[in-house]
Design a protein around this ligand. Structure first.
Ligand SMILES: [Zn+2]
Ligand SMILES: [Zn+2]
Length: 299
């Protein structure tokens, strides 16, 4: 297994470059082939709108990709040992490899060889682990890629028939690239639709890719015992969304998709929880976090 992890680590830069290359090829195809066609058929103002929209998408894709790759997901090794020790509660486990306490929802990543806070998964396309501090960048990358793929597939699809038309011999000789990018965008869009839906579901239910397995096992055990299992981190759908994207205030429904550099509030090892016996957990960062020692509870 260690060998595989080492190979994965070495392959990652190539995978990142490959993904980036495809994105840039898509952009090149758009500007080189689709845009002149739009300008010729729909006029310059329409073409200008397409340029603005495509650049906005490209900026958001690259911004979130960059920040997901270069933002540490948060690891227990980055937290002061004493702070970790003070926060330690009954439900914490111990990682022998890191030789440190392992908070709930924290997992040891064998590729990074460290315990990652609120780890979702290790992403080879980002060459980084996706966890507490960079999860929102990962989901926003998926989101803008999803929108971008739908847009480029639509643009190339609308213009592909014209590219093959007999009336425009110049286009004919160049039709391969837009057609190839149409197939590419449509395929990636389909794959991203599944992946993005999964992460939207995880966010709304306050779960994670790794933790969903653990949560469903706990749920099954509770059901077998005739009890109902409640996810202690489930603050309600809106609050879960706000927590995942670290947005507050009345504009949260818009702010979640805006590019941001601000470090996510919270520490990643003591996570906001809804108190099953009381009102839903508040997300005020100045407030002490609710019941830091609580685990999945049976009601
Ligand atoms: Zn560890
Ligand atoms: Zn990792």
């Amino acid at each position: 297994m260690e060998n595989i992890d080492r190979v994965v680590k070495r392959l990652e830069p190539a995978l990142v470059a490959f993904a980036l290359g495809l994105i840039l090829l898509d952009v090149y195809t758009f500007f080189q082939y689709a845009l002149p066609h739009i300008a010729a058929h729909s006029g310059r103002p329409a073409a200008a709108l397409h340029v603005g929209w495509s650049l906005l998408l490209l900026f958001n894709v690259l911004w979130n990709q960059l920040h997901c790759t270069f933002t540490s997901p948060g690891t227990t090794l980055e937290v002061h040992e004493q702070a970790l020790h003070l926060a330690r509660a009954q439900d914490w486990r111990w990682c022998r490899k890191c030789n440190r306490g392992k908070p709930p929802l924290c997992h040891h990543c064998s590729v990074c060889n460290r315990c990652v806070l609120k780890m979702d998964h290790h992403c080879v396309w980002m060459a980084n682990c996706v966890g507490f501090f960079n999860y929102r960048y990962f989901v926003l990358f998926l989101f803008y890629m999803w929108v971008g793929c739908a847009y480029s597939a639509a643009v190339f699809w609308l213009h592909v028939p014209a590219l093959f038309s007999l009336g425009e011999p110049d286009w004919e000789s160049h039709a391969f690239l837009p057609f190839f990018m149409f197939i590419m965008s449509a395929s990636v869009w389909l794959a991203l639709s599944a992946l993005l839906s999964w992460h939207v579901y995880l966010i709304l239910t306050a779960s994670g890719t790794i933790d969903s397995l653990d949560f469903s096992a706990q749920q099954d055990a509770a059901r077998a015992a005739g009890r109902r299992w409640v996810n202690p981190y489930d603050l309600g759908r809106v609050a879960n969304w706000q927590e995942a994207f670290d947005v507050r205030g009345r504009w949260w429904w818009l702010a979640w998709m805006l590019p941001t550099r601000r470090r996510k509030l919270g520490n990643g090892y003591v996570l906001p929880q809804a108190d099953p016996g009381g009102p839903m957990g508040r997300l005020d960062p100045s407030m002490p976090l609710l019941r830091p020692g609580a685990t999945g509870s049976y009601v």
